[in-house]
Design a protein around this ligand. Structure first.
Ligand SMILES: N[C@@H](CCC(=O)N[C@@H](CS)C(=O)NCC(=O)O)C(=O)O
Length: 235
């Protein structure tokens, strides 16, 4: 009998994508915390499974060929888990294409842009000495606003991001979009996005996934050591 999936995780939007997926899919899992503010992501044993020194990652003892497999990159993990369970990827090939479009939109667009918005709006100004850069703040605030406009128009067409079914694309986007206030955004002109944020937030699997190791979350804006580890130069 293979053991539970091992989830390498820290309570951030990228980590929540996978804790939410595991809860929604009802898959047994154990959490292995990767404290990214303390540098756990650079440990050789973690780099073996996640060479880009970022969480989330998983090890599934019951891989596709019955042998253990490790997966890094949240989009790849979500696709793997959806294929494994046959859940949250829609039912037709057209559904799957829609899911992939919005999944890639998140991992290549919203995630990196909202990440930079957090960086320049919150973390950079809190450094010593402060890096308060108006152009960078405007650039990422505006780009995230544009992306939320795109998302709002998509959500005017259907209940969920990829159609009338909840999918791994919603799981990828929600944890980032739920942080809209920290990205200095407004929902006043985005009623469809506001409606979807609320609908998804009410799902028991989303609540449970979002709560995993919530007590370990710290404020990097207040933590100089974590800032050095996360934002220092590395080769
Ligand atoms: N493209 C990656 C991004 C993951 C990512 O950025 N993880 C961050 C935390 S939210 C991390 O582990 N950072 C550690 C570091 O950069 O050293 C994914 O989607 O899995």
């Amino acid at each position: 009998m293979p053991g539970p999936i091992q989830l390498f995780y820290w309570p951030t939007p990228n980590g929540w994508k996978i804790s939410i997926a595991l809860e929604e899919m009802d898959l047994p899992y154990v959490v292995k915390t990767v404290n990214i503010g303390a540098g756990d992501q650079f440990k050789p044993e973690f780099l073996e499974i996640s060479p880009n020194n970022k969480m989330p990652a998983i090890i599934d003892e019951d891989g596709p060929d019955g042998k253990p497999v490790s997966v890094f990159e949240s989009g790849a993990i979500l696709q793997y888990l959806a294929r494994k369970t046959g859940k949250f990827y829609g039912t037709t090939e057209r559904d799957k294409l829609n899911v992939d479009e919005w999944l890639f939109w998140q991992v290549g667009g919203l995630g990196p842009m909202a990440g930079q918005a957090h960086h320049f709006l919150k973390y950079a100004p809190s450094m010593d000495p402060p890096n308060d850069l108006p152009y960078a703040k405007d650039r990422y605030r505006n780009e995230v606003a544009r992306l939320y406009g795109v998302l709002d128009r998509q959500l005017a067409k259907a209940e969920f991001v990829a159609g009338d079914f909840f999918s791994i694309a919603d799981m990828a986007i929600w944890p980032w979009a739920a942080g809209w206030e920290g990205q200095q955004q407004t929902l006043d002109d985005k009623p469809n996005l506001a409606r979807w944020l609320e609908t998804v937030a009410k799902r028991p699997g989303v609540k449970a996934g979002r709560a995993v190791a919530a007590d370990r979350r710290t404020d990097i804006a207040q933590d100089r050591k974590a800032q050095e580890i996360l934002f220092g130069k590395r080769n």
